[in-house]
Design a protein around this ligand. Structure first.
Ligand code: B16
Ligand code: MG
Length: 212
């Protein structure tokens, strides 16, 4: 019997994925590196450094560790400036109804995000105090597809992993949820991947599922 639901943040609760794209695109253009939305899709759920390494696959130049640090800082600064535009209006459709429904049904709820900016994002959209646990990129050494972020969230809620479900928009996140021994629910971009246990088109589908 499920007791807790762990939400991915970027791409599930709010579309910061487009801000990541715009910030990485500015960095790539500055460096003369080819970057498009298809490459951006590979960055979903993975850490900032791993994202940069994927983008640098298109560059003939070898970047030193300090150059990589500078590129990541540049990207993050652009990204943080873009995040200032975020507000409650950016919460994706159906998410608030789903959170209210789960709360009413007494499920515990957590955030499991690879982002080091997760708390800033949650504050901007007014959801910082809506979860029983928040685990983000600052709490982990290995990002998704490693199960760590979700296992720490389960531990913080004091719930066994097998009693948790994860809602994810990224392949790396679905793999991480499976590796954690949790029910993996795919939404948006992640529905392409067969590994998930449940596929939903919108948050309301999950309300229907729990009401069955
Ligand atoms: P940051 P999630 C992830 O968030 C993003 O999907 C991924 O594109 C990004 O590289 C990662 O956070 C790190 O973000 O640079 O803000 O630390 O989907 O796990 O909520
Ligand atoms: Mg995501």
């Amino acid at each position: 019997m499920l007791k807790a639901i762990i939400f991915d943040l970027d791409g599930v609760i709010v579309s910061t994925d487009n801000y990541h794209y715009r910030a990485w695109k500015m960095m790539a253009d500055k460096e003369g590196i080819y970057f498009d939305r298809e490459i951006n899709n590979r960055l979903r759920g993975v850490s900032r450094l791993e994202s940069l390494e994927i983008i640098l696959e298109c560059s003939p130049k070898n970047y030193s560790e300090s150059e990589k640090q500078n590129l990541m800082e540049y990207k993050n600064q652009v990204y943080l400036n873009l995040l200032d535009e975020l507000s409650e209006k950016d919460i994706l459709p159906g998410i608030l109804d789903l959170l209210n429904f789960l709360k009413e049904k007494k499920y515990l709820m957590a955030i499991g995000s690879s982002s080091k900016n997760a708390k800033k994002i949650l504050k901007q959209i007014g959801l910082l105090n809506s979860f029983d646990a928040i685990v983000d990129g600052n709490d982990i050494d290995r990002s998704k597809p490693a199960p760590d972020v979700f296992l720490i969230a389960a531990n913080k809620m004091n719930i066994e992993p097998s009693k948790c479900a994860v809602i994810e928009d990224a392949f790396a996140g679905i793999k991480a949820a499976k590796a954690a021994g949790m029910l993996a629910i795919a939404i948006h971009n992640a529905v392409k991947y067969q590994d998930a246990d449940l596929f939903i088109e919108e948050p309301n589908d999950l309300i229907q599922y729990f009401n069955k």
